[in-house]
Design a protein. Structure first.
Length: 277
């Protein structure tokens, strides 16, 4: 592991991953990698020989395919940047060339889409009777995170390549944002019983809002609640004099036509790769 650290590996991140996943660090003179025993390769900065060694490790573990770059779980770093202009906050930095040269094929595509604060997008759609839309309460940080975790497990249960992580890992990931995120740009939806059923995590970057994560409990689907959160964010962006929002890192198959005709456009493209072993 010393060589992996010398190659730029983060021992705290490795210890975090090892608290709930099986992972082996690799390194050589070209760089480093993390081999997650269930079939993914992440934190990759090396050359073809190191990637081949990572694949060999997975093959020995009985894996039939390798997926990368993916730090074990889609809650963490994954995807390569494959097109677009200016880099965005909270996006991956990996490049696709090492994976393509090694015979990997695209497993999925993702996009970040800019949407202006158009009248239709900003329109207040309202909430069901008794439901409330509010901002995240930093004074109740841990309680809010626990509610968001419950929503997350339901919201993404059927999502592409989703696998749950323990609450301790979820909390540790978001605890890094304590005191750094403006709660005015994080929305929470509560049902008539005061139970949180959805959230929308965004942040301001320059003249736009980065719309990072929107989640809604499965039991709350079909009521227009997600669009109510999106509309509230765009109205606030408009009132703050911002240009609009970048809806960030969306699976290409999940991109709605809602922004078509409203000046919406793709500004960055990403991909994840896989290879049969």
């Amino acid at each position: 592991m010393d060589a992996w650290i010398a190659a730029g590996g983060d021992p705290q991140k490795l210890a975090f991953y090892r608290s709930f996943m099986e992972v082996t660090p690799l390194s050589d003179t070209s760089g480093r990698a993390l081999v997650f025993h269930h079939g993914t390769i992440g934190d990759f900065t090396g050359g073809p020989a190191l990637l081949a060694e990572a694949e060999s490790r997975l093959r020995a573990l009985g894996c039939r395919e390798a997926v990368g770059p993916l730090d074990g779980n889609t809650f963490f770093a994954y995807r390569c940047v494959v097109g677009g202009g200016t880099p965005l906050p909270l996006e991956p930095t990996a490049r696709p060339e090492p994976w393509r040269r090694a015979g990997y094929r695209e497993d999925a595509r993702f996009v970040s889409v800019f949407a202006p604060n158009s009248e239709r997008v900003c329109r207040d759609r309202g909430l069901p009777d008794g439901w409330t839309l509010r901002n995240f309460d930093p004074a109740r940080f841990d309680e809010e995170l626990a509610a968001m975790y419950r929503v997350t497990l339901s919201a993404f249960a059927a999502a592409w390549r989703y696998a749950p992580i323990p609450y301790t890992a979820f909390h540790a990931q978001y605890a890094a944002f304590r005191g750094r995120v403006d709660p005015r740009w994080v929305w929470v939806v509560d049902d008539p019983h005061g139970v949180t059923q959805g959230y929308f995590f965004t942040l301001v970057a320059g003249s736009v809002v980065i719309a990072k994560t929107i989640a809604l409990h499965a039991s709350a689907h079909g009521r227009g609640i997600s669009w109510s959160m999106i509309a509230a964010m765009h109205r606030q962006a408009r009132d703050a004099g911002l240009d609009g929002a970048i809806h960030h890192l969306m699976h290409e198959d999940a991109v709605s036509n809602a922004f078509a005709g409203e000046g919406g456009r793709v500004v960055r493209r990403y991909a994840l790769y896989r290879k049969r072993l």
